[in-house]
Write a protein that binds this ligand. Structure first.
Ligand code: DGL
Length: 289
């Protein structure tokens, strides 16, 4: 059966909330005229997408949810990724967002259609923008790297092959822990990059899509290994262009960061990725209003 979490969340909201109070919350949310963009990811990696969006739209308000209690999504089943994604979206929707960006590649691969069909606001994933940019660059051979789940979904591969492109895929499961350990340079990171990317390099690809939120942090290393003949596509940048027609460039540059778990290393990871100091706030999902 098609999940109806958003609808049921709204129903629960009205059942549990006295009508007058519910109405005032809705009016209050609608009166907040600032554009508010919501993003979610399985954890901290989506902050690479947030960073790119804030750079492009500095005046807009953003709210980010990282599902750190349940990360990684990249080795979970499609069904679980869809359920988690709906719960994340539900939380952000209740926070009054006008547009949702699914920053997580794994969630974009499995849950985008369900989210688009369930939410009353525009929803964007990171797969199509990445594919578009790859197609602009390639002469015919594209590499795609991502989590095991993203690679086995063939989300990138199917879109690229439909345009007549030859696609070589590789799951790189050690890249995420590498980034989370802050190992962005040095011999360990170099060895892991070589281990995963050697075959792709030998295939003679001219474009490589970084199909995972964490990988932009390894971009300098990956570019160095692949060499100047390979264009490395970062979907964090691609998504900023994609949402442009839907963005009202107004707001108070507000940023709220929510996580489902706050571990001792979270703050420093947030700073490493986002490049600024921000207080993370804790939330538990599913969100009960
Ligand atoms: N955010 C995930 C992605 O982009 C990577 C981390 C995970 O496995 O959850 O696919």
């Amino acid at each position: 059966a098609k999940p109806t979490t958003i609808a049921s969340a709204k129903a629960t909201f009205f059942i549990l909330t006295p009508p007058k109070f519910a109405l005032s919350i809705i009016i209050q949310k609608n009166c907040e005229k600032n554009m508010k963009i919501g993003l979610f990811d399985s954890g901290v990696g989506g902050l690479t997408v947030l960073k790119a969006l804030r750079k492009t739209y500095p005046e807009v308000d953003f709210i980010y949810l990282g599902d750190t209690a349940r990360v990684p999504y990249g080795n979970k089943s499609a069904q679980t990724v869809i359920r988690y994604s709906l719960e994340c979206a539900e939380f952000l929707l209740n926070e009054g967002i006008d547009l949702l960006v699914v920053a997580c590649n794994t969630a974009s691969s499995y849950a985008l259609q369900v989210l688009k069909g369930s939410l009353p606001i525009p929803v964007f994933g990171v797969i199509e923008p990445g594919v578009k940019r790859a197609l602009e660059n390639t002469k015919g051979k594209v590499g795609v790297i991502g989590t095991k789940a993203t690679i086995s979904s063939c989300a990138y591969k199917n879109l690229l092959e439909a345009k007549g492109v030859e696609v070589y895929q590789r799951a790189c499961p050690l890249f995420v822990p590498l980034v989370e350990e802050g190992l962005l340079e040095g011999s360990i990171a170099e060895a892991v990059v070589e281990h995963y990317l050697k075959d792709l390099k030998e295939k003679g690809i001219d474009t490589l899509i970084l199909g995972c939120t964490h990988y932009p942090l390894l971009k300098p290393l990956i570019e160095r290994f692949m060499g100047p003949q390979v264009k490395v596509i970062d979907s964090a940048q691609a998504i900023a262009l994609e949402i442009e027609p839907f963005v009202k460039r107004e707001g108070s540059s507000k940023l709220d960061l929510y996580f489902t778990d706050i571990s001792p290393s979270l703050q420093s990871l947030v700073e490493l990725i986002l490049g600024e100091v921000k207080e993370p706030r804790l939330v538990s999902l599913p969100c009960k209003v």
